[in-house]
Design a protein around this ligand. Structure first.
Ligand code: CP3
Length: 341
């Protein structure tokens, strides 16, 4: 197999310059994405049509030559595959009918694979079409984060509806997280079968939990996904991204057993270096530095390379790139990471 730098770093090696990719690298900041999005009609049509999904996944690879491609899909295809409705509205983000506690028993894991067949086809074609040196990342949402959208029916500032639901209906909530963990593990296993080299688990809302709920709602279901995937594929690296986990990052790494740890930009670099002693870290540029460009950008990059470049590092943002980001700033970031200027 050709050298895939991302895999070497996840294996614990230090590579200079570090491999680089960006969360949400296929997206609205790219004119070629906006064009495909218009042709597809809706965001979900992009996700479920392999012709479109392969094309938008490849767009940032062609343009920037990133070291990894990430499957184009969404974390909410899992609840959709479990029979919940899902729409994406311009400016409103995802919209679903809020899940009631008495509906959890109706979620049907039996329909997941047939619903997600187009996604598996996309992964298969991607591994065939990508350059040999480009790693292919598959992904799913973590059960907690996916559950927050299922319960509130939309994004909220602090996921209070899901927290409250978890406290009011602890048994029903535990069974929801179990169903999501089982479906997500199966989903990742199928992506690996079709050619994903690495999988990432996105837990965008782990930063709103207290110690006990972090353990029960975040760590436990993710550990269960890791266990199930490893049972089948012990050597495929898994990146966990518990955004905003702060003090809990260390516990998350130890208890879930993820190979690589995605860091948001609030993690101090000295703490990040300690986490790096336990394996590869990925991150953690503040996406607003990328929007601003100039010194804000170059200093942010310098700090990360200086702080984390002497250990196993995958250079990335601390969260997804946003639509208003100038493409020239992405080019400048890649130049600085790769050529030091
Ligand atoms: O390039 C990639 O990173 C791969 C594709 C990808 C998307 N969503 C495409 C997308 C990935 C990995 C995701 C993950 C995702 N989706 C997360 C976890 C990561 C994170 O950003 O916190 C979450 C919470 C979701 C749910 C979701 N999907 C939200 C809240 C939104 C609305 C926000 C927005 O940016 O519009 C989406 C929509 C979405 N997912 C878009 C894309 C490219 C924009 C949709 C469009 O084109 O209109």
């Amino acid at each position: 197999m050709a050298e895939r730098k991302l895999l070497d770093v996840l294996d614990g090696k230090t590579i200079s310059p570090p491999p680089i990719w960006m969360m949400r690298q296929a997206g609205r900041y790219l004119p070629e994405y906006r064009e495909m999005r218009k042709r597809a009609g809706s965001f979900l049509d992009l996700c479920y049509n392999p012709d479109f999904a392969v094309e938008v996944t490849l767009q940032p690879i062609r343009r920037f030559g990133f070291d990894a491609a990430i499957l184009f899909s969404d974390i909410l295809v899992i609840p959709h595959a479990l029979g919940r409705d899902l729409r994406f509205e311009e400016g409103a983000g995802p919209l679903m009918t809020p899940l009631r506690a008495d509906e959890i028993g109706n979620l049907d894991i039996g329909t997941v694979h047939s619903h997600l067949q187009p996604v598996y086809e996309t992964v298969h074609r991607l591994r065939r079409d990508l350059p040999a040196e480009t790693a292919l990342i598959g992904f799913c949402g973590a059960p907690w984060t996916v559950a927050t959208y299922m319960i509130a029916g939309r994004g909220t500032p602090d996921q209070a509806p899901a927290r409250l639901f978890g406290h009011r209906h602890p048994e029903a909530f535990a069974s929801l997280l179990e169903i999501l963990a089982a479906a997500s593990a199966d989903y990742l296993i199928r992506q690996i079968e079709e050619g994903a080299d690495v999988v990432q688990i996105f837990d965008s809302w782990s930063g709103v939990l207290d110690q006990a709920t972090f353990e029960n709602w975040c760590v436990r279901p993710v550990a269960e996904i890791v266990r199930r995937v490893r049972q089948k594929y012990p050597d495929v690296p898994i990146i966990g991204f518990p955004k905003g986990a702060g003090w809990f990052y260390r516990e998350y790494r130890q208890k879930t057993g993820v190979t690589g740890l995605g860091l948001d930009w609030t993690v101090p670099l000295d703490a990040a270096r300690e986490l790096q002693a336990g394996g590869a870290v990925q991150g953690n540029l503040d996406p607003t530095r990328l929007i601003a460009g100039g010194r804000a950008l170059s200093e942010g990059i310098e700090n990360i390379l200086g702080g984390l470049g002497s250990g196993p590092l995958i250079f990335n943002l601390g969260h997804g790139i946003t639509p208003e980001t100038p493409i020239e700033h992405v080019e400048a970031m890649i130049r600085q990471v790769r050529e030091g200027k």
